[in-house]
Design a protein around this ligand. Structure first.
Ligand code: ZN
Length: 674
């Protein structure tokens, strides 16, 4: 199958430029492309390899060693310095979201190591991607465990596998490209930071451009070979230009003035650490080389800022990336003014129109998109004046306390943590068993016991035991796993009594701190008024959760069903991402339901049905009953029953009920703990 030619991609200019700059300078660190479905993101990524320079390799080496500098630790090595050199096209390796660990890092055959005494290693995708492109479509849905392995490999440039003392290490440096649809969930901040550049991809708005996209697509589908042939010259020219830029890169100069522009812009956008400055410098230099010049200019810095900064601004971790181009021009202008010393004290009142001589008409559309994007996302520093406040400011959380341990029943298989019981890689050994698949955790005594009775029959004469594959036993270990604790918090008017909301927030905050110590992931869904919203997509950042909680406004009707259904949605996506991390749903409510959340019919019945769905999906849950006052309806009991979950009163959230009942007494004045 011939891929779509890179040169034939219409629109997507930022994305193509970002890919090309990475190809010129792999040190930039990869690209993340965000955008809705059907914008040819994947087509564009897959088209890249055809214009990448070819790769010289040691023939027969499965780890793509460079003949000029073979990896001294190469598992297929050592390589002879006088070996012949083979040249092959650059490779693009796709990492499927549901891949196994073995598939990614390779698999080590422990059985052959023991029974035949050979180190048998089957390379994985990281080995295949070395010196090429590793592409992850729907990277935001990638299993957490794979994300960790990927981050490790990317940070070290090495992949490392160890099983019971047998280990293999090989070089793994690759251009990481991810694509994602943000509507399906955001990316973990650590992974987001790993990508050198980000671009937003959207379908072109202009009918003429759309028509050209469709025309070319039809032609390509109709006769791929003929279509590709039409673009051969362009592809060739592009490949040569990339190769030339790569060659020129080493001699590109970054003058002090340009470096100061970079650091000024990074400071103005309040980015964390110095990584942004470095990536921007590398990107600006790559752009200089790509433009056929040898000295970085303001226009290179501007391009670099647009591509390198949107995801690095300090902000709420889950706000959509975006960059205010007017602010960017101002920062660039300031740096220029500083350099010339006699600049005006104040920036010009209107954005400096002639500041950035760029791609002409192209720039206008970018600006439009950036502006509409900024409107859609949360307002940041630019908020002009406080809006008239229809609601009182959010209640502050009461002082947090030590929370009692809430667990998911049964025995899980999730990542190590400190909450629910689980089969884990660490923990104490509780048994040995015949492995269902390949052995990774050998139980030595049980293996020896299994082999011992057969030694005579097998004709043992030498010193060592005669081992067979079916002698092998693996350890069964039990420890604790981390879970996903998803809070579903009622923020409606019925909960809004100030002292009580403060106690509720205090209780949730206590559970959050507990989740942090137990290495859980946490997320939060809140519901009030007409709808439920994901206030915090599942994350390992408890700070973010605490901040969202403190700022949580209250008031309005109670769409309990919507809250439960939204929680079910969040859990469904998380199950795709990390099937072994078991969820614990903590519903914080008084059990009232007064809004149907869009559906027709009785709100209480909707809530019951939604609870039934969660129960049927096997979600473990706890209802924290926040009802107070003289007249009790006991609705939370009904909800807990429908969920098949545990019921706790607000004053029972504390690890020792006495202390917590004192702290929570404002919320439940009439109740005393027995
Ligand atoms: Zn090698």
């Amino acid at each position: 199958m011939s891929t779509y030619p890179f040169s034939a991609v219409v629109g997507m200019d930022d994305m193509r430029l970002a890919l090309v700059l990475n190809a010129v300078s792999p040190a930039i660190g990869g690209l993340l492309v965000r955008g809705e479905k059907g914008t040819a993101k994947s087509t564009t990524v897959r088209a890249l390899t055809a214009v990448l320079p070819e790769v010289a390799v040691v023939p027969g080496c499965r780890f793509s060693c460079d003949p000029a500098a073979p990896d001294p630790a190469c598992p297929d090595g050592p390589h002879d310095a006088s070996a012949p050199v083979a040249v092959r096209p650059a490779r693009l390796v796709e990492l499927p979201v549901g891949a196994s660990e073995d598939r990614l890092v390779g698999s080590l055959d422990l059985e052959r190591a023991l029974t035949e005494g050979v180190k048998a290693y089957e390379p994985g995708l990281l080995a295949a991607a070395h010196r090429g492109v590793l592409y992850v479509d729907e990277v935001n849905l990638l299993h957490d465990h794979l994300v960790d392995l990927l981050l490790d490999a990317a940070a070290l440039g090495t992949s490392y596998v160890e099983r019971e003392g047998v280990s293999v290490r090989h070089a793994a440096r690759f251009l990481l490209v991810g694509t994602m649809n943000p509507e399906e969930g955001e990316l973990r901040p650590q992974l987001l930071d790993r990508f050198g550049l980000t671009v937003d991809a959207s379908a072109p708005r202009e009918p003429d451009v759309r028509a050209e996209v469709v025309r070319r697509r039809l032609a390509a589908d109709d006769d791929p070979a003929a279509f590709a042939a039409r673009w051969v010259d362009e592809e060739q020219a592009l490949a040569e230009r990339i190769a030339r830029a790569r060659g020129r890169l080493a001699s590109v100069v970054l003058p002090d003035a340009a470096l100061r522009q970079i650091t000024t812009v990074c400071a103005a956008f309040d980015v964390d650490g110095l990584r942004a400055d470095l990536v921007m410098a590398r990107t600006a230099m790559a752009h200089t080389a790509w433009s056929g010049r040898s000295e970085v200019r303001a226009e290179d810095v501007r391009v670099a800022a647009r591509l390198a900064l949107p995801h690095r601004r300090r902000r709420n971790p889950f706000d959509a990336p975006g960059l205010d181009e007017e602010q960017l021009d101002q920062a660039l202008q300031e740096a220029a003014d500083d350099a010339s010393e006699d600049g005006p004290d104040e920036p010009p009142p209107v954005g400096p129109g002639g500041g950035a001589p760029n791609d002409g008409g192209q720039d206008d559309t970018n600006q439009d998109e950036a502006e509409s994007g900024a409107e859609a996302s949360a307002p940041d520093g630019a908020a002009p004046r406080p809006a008239p406040a229809p609601e009182a400011p959010p209640a502050a959380a009461a002082t947090p306390f030590r929370a009692r341990l809430l667990t998911v029943p049964g025995l899980g298989t999730g990542a190590a943590g400190r909450r629910s019981r689980a089969r884990t890689d660490s923990g104490r050994v509780t048994a040995a068993r015949v492995p269902a698949d390949r052995v990774t955790k050998l139980h030595l005594p049980a293996t020896l016991v299994a082999a011992a009775p057969h030694q005579q029959v097998r004709g043992r004469t030498g010193r060592g035991l005669v081992m067979r594959r079916d002698d092998l036993r693996e350890s069964v270990r039990e420890g604790r796993e981390g879970n996903l604790v998803l809070f579903c918090v009622d923020a409606s008017g019925s909960m809004a009594a100030r002292a009580r909301m403060s106690a509720v927030k205090g209780a949730v905050l206590s559970l959050l701190l507990d989740a942090y110590q137990r290495r859980d992931k946490v997320g939060m869904v809140t519901f009030r008024g007409a709808e439920a919203q994901v206030s915090l997509p599942p994350t390992s950042s408890v700070e973010a959760a605490a901040a969202r909680l403190q700022a949580l406004p209250t008031g309005g009707r109670t769409p309990l069903a919507a809250g439960l259904l939204r929680s079910a949605d969040v859990l469904r996506v998380e199950r795709m991402r990390d099937p072994s991390r078991r969820p614990l749903l903590v519903v914080v409510t008084d059990g009232r339901a007064t809004a149907a959340g869009g559906a027709s019919g009785a709100p209480v019945e909707h809530a019951q049905r939604a609870a039934g769905l969660l129960a049927a999906a096997g979600v473990a849950s706890v209802v924290v009953d926040c009802e107070s006052g003289a007249v009790r309806l006991g609705l939370a009991v009904t909800l807990a029953t429908a969920l098949g979950g545990e019921l706790l009163r607000l004053d029972e959230v504390g690890a020792d009920s006495l202390a917590s009942s004192v702290r929570a007494r404002t919320a439940t004045p009439s109740r005393k703990v027995a």
